[in-house]
Design a protein around this ligand. Structure first.
Ligand code: ADP
Ligand code: MG
Length: 634
């Protein structure tokens, strides 16, 4: 077998170069985080080894005590972080260190403005990882060998962080990875035991593995030279396994950064030990900011599964439903077997139980936030509300609890901010009102100004204004809230009878008789374009509007589906006319058939436009409109 010992020089992926520059710029004031990132990577590498070794014990190579070692050399001006974890082979080094494999990287890079100060804020969303080394080092050497491969399969990677790196095959007897940072002159202050110790306890105390450091020990005899001894610097106990009351807020926050690869502090967390039929511990966090890949179907990094403190896998689907995919953290089970596979996870009753319990914990945490810290909850909603709106469809069992967490814009606040809860709405319902009214539209302006809202405004009835893409989907799965049904104001015959006065009912009846003939004439002109023409109880200012059947897709959803390339059956709308509008009363007495036809078509077309719809034949619309304008000006 020949070993490729050749040395080659490779270029970083363009995105890596961009990221490197950004990292260097955004981190100079927290330069010590490089140590957290390297220790975090070492810890992950040891977790991976422990997991792979469950099925292949030989990977331990008779060195089963996993640990991380931090050391420094004042004269050489280096800091070294070493681990005996899984290590990497040549290709893995290229893939993991020279490229950013994570999906969504390109979109992230496109968001960068080029203004370094602004971009520095975005870095938190991405996580800096290994590249933070270059904040303090002008040369980084990484030596690594994958567990289970011969000592001659070591790989040496070196770079100054400026576009290129070299790769070489070298001998590396010890399994795992060693990262040697050649510090810049300005950062030489890091080269002392006390500094490093402080940084490690601050950022990496919660790491489950021992972080060792060679330290000087002075003996009683003052003249004897100090001895060097390896000392464990961190607590090295799984944070989630420690009693809650002993854990400091700072420790939770640092632990979050480690498990989530996030750079910012979490918004909230919930830590629980469950005993009884199932035994497990969960420590779950809500991030403060949506990761850039929240809408990416392939996004990873969710909740990590441990079995009796042994890391098993990163897995989002099995431990959290999709609508809670933003949750980060750890679940540690005492009931699952250590050799559990993804396939077994899928059908496992234990996993189902853990998942159900954990979902409840997250929902209660959110309920708590909503009840006790409105500011924080608003922040949460802004970042993750659209994901949570997928909940009622995906998690039918928790529908009621999720519904309480939803927030909407409404005619009551007339602001695009989604701040109104369904309970707020119930509290403001009018005497006799038995439904929760809403409208779905393409934009906030379209919703707010829709003619469908006219009668509601007049009567002072609140309407929820829904404009997120997911809203129609949400509403089709949320039929009621606290036994009040939810009703689209643009669907079906509007039944406002309970809140209408006797007088109003009388008027409506009269109008129906009076306009009978007009309705029939309009229907004849429009033919197949409409299902039926009727008198409206919705309108006060506009002459006409379109309404769809109670169970039909709304015009809005039809458009969304068509945009997505789906074939949607054409649903014929109802045209409703406002009997109090002068255009309608005049139309009633229009003897000229040509003019009557033009007016009728215009009424229909403007109703389509007011819905945010598109005209089938815009040119004819323009012609008709101009014809009418001429009669006015002429
Ligand atoms: P992240 O940890 O978020 O994946 P990093 O930039 O910190 O991003 O690391 C990139 C990748 O490099 C890791 O996912 C891992 O595959 C690899 N890596 C880094 N450090 C080590 C290490 N000490 N041992 C093994 N693999 C490592
Ligand atoms: Mg990392």
């Amino acid at each position: 077998m020949t070993v490729e010992a050749h040395k080659e020089t490779l270029g970083f992926q363009a995105e890596v170069q961009q990221l490197l520059r950004l990292v260097a710029h955004s981190l100079y004031s927290h330069k010590e985080v490089f140590l957290r990132e390297l220790i975090s990577n070492s810890s992950d590498a040891c977790d991976k080894l422990r997991f792979e070794a469950l099925t292949d014990n030989a990977l331990y190579e008779s060195d089963p005590d996993l640990q991380i070692r931090v050391s420094f050399d004042k004269d050489a001006r280096t800091i070294t972080v070493a681990d005996n974890g899984i290590g990497m082979d040549r290709q893995e080094v290229i893939d993991n260190i020279g490229t950013i494999a994570r999906s969504g990287t390109r979109q992230f890079m496109q968001k960068l403005s080029g203004d370094q100060t602004k971009d520095a804020n975005l870095i938190g969303q991405f996580g800096v990882g290994f590249y933070s080394s270059f904040v303090v080092a002008d040369k980084v050497v990484l030596l690594t060998r994958r567990a289970g491969m011969g000592p001659e399969h070591g790989v040496r990677w070196e770079s100054n962080g400026e576009g290129e790196y070299t790769l070489e095959t070298v001998d590396k007897p010890a399994r795992g990875t060693e990262v040697i940072l050649h510090l810049r002159e300005d950062d030489a202050d890091l080269l002392n035991e006390w500094q490093l110790r402080t940084i490690i306890t601050k950022y990496s105390d919660h790491i489950t593995l021992p972080v060792m450091m060679p330290v000087q020990k002075f003996s009683e005899d003052k003249d004897a030279p100090p001895k060097i001894e390896e000392e464990r610097i961190n607590q090295a106990a799984a944070l989630w396994a420690r009693p809650k009351q002993e854990i400091k807020e700072e420790e939770y926050k640092e632990f979050y950064k480690h498990v989530s690869h996030d750079f910012e502090e979490p918004l909230a967390w919930t830590h629980n030990r469950v005993e009884g039929k199932l035994e497990y511990t969960s420590l779950l966090f809500i991030p403060a900011r949506a990761p850039f890949d929240l809408w990416d179907r392939e996004q990873s990094h969710g909740v990590k599964l441990y079995v009796q403190r042994v890391f098993i896998m990163d897995d989002a689907e099995h431990l959290m439903p999709r609508y809670l995919r933003f949750v980060r953290g750890v679940i540690d089970s005492n009931d699952l077997p250590l050799n559990i596979s993804r396939e077994i996870l899928q059908g496992s009753k234990v996993v189902d139980g853990i998942r159900a319990g954990s979902v409840k914990k997250v929902l209660s945490l959110l309920e708590d936030l909503a009840g006790n810290d409105a500011g924080k909850y608003a922040k949460f909603w802004k970042e993750f509300g659209r994901a949570l709106k997928e909940g009622p469809a995906e998690d039918y069992g928790n529908r009621d609890q999720i519904a309480k967490l939803l927030r909407f814009a409404s005619t009551h606040t007339d602001s695009a901010e989604q701040t109104v809860s369904l309970s707020d709405y119930l509290g403001r319902m009018k005497e006799g009102q038995d439904k929760i009214y809403y409208i779905v539209a393409d934009s906030f302006a379209a919703a707010k100004n829709s003619p469908h809202l006219e009668i509601f405004r007049k009567k002072g009835l609140e309407v929820l204004l829904l404009t997120d893409r997911v809203d129609e989907w949400l509403m089709s799965h949320l039929n009621e809230f606290e036994s009040k049904s939810l009703q689209s104001v643009a669907k079906g015959a509007l039944d406002l009878d309970q809140i209408a006065s006797e007088e109003e009912k009388q008027e409506q009846k009269q109008a129906e008789d009076q306009f009978k003939e007009l309705l029939a004439r309009v229907k004849t002109v429009l033919g197949d374009k409409v299902n039926e023409v009727r008198i409206s109880s919705r309108l006060t200012d506009s002459p006409a509007c379109l309404v769809v059947d109670e169970h039909a897709l709304s015009a809005h959803l039809e458009r969304l589906l068509r945009d997505a390339g789906q074939s949607v059956p054409m649903s014929k709308p109802y045209l409703e006319l406002n009997p109090h509008h002068p255009l309608i009363t005049r139309l009633k007495d229009e003897p000229d058939t040509g003019r009557f036809g033009d007016w009728t078509h215009l009424l229909f077309e403007q109703a389509v436009l007011a819905e945010g719809g598109q005209l089938e034949d815009p040119a004819s619309f323009v012609k008709r409109l101009n014809g009418l304008l001429l009669t006015i000006s002429g």
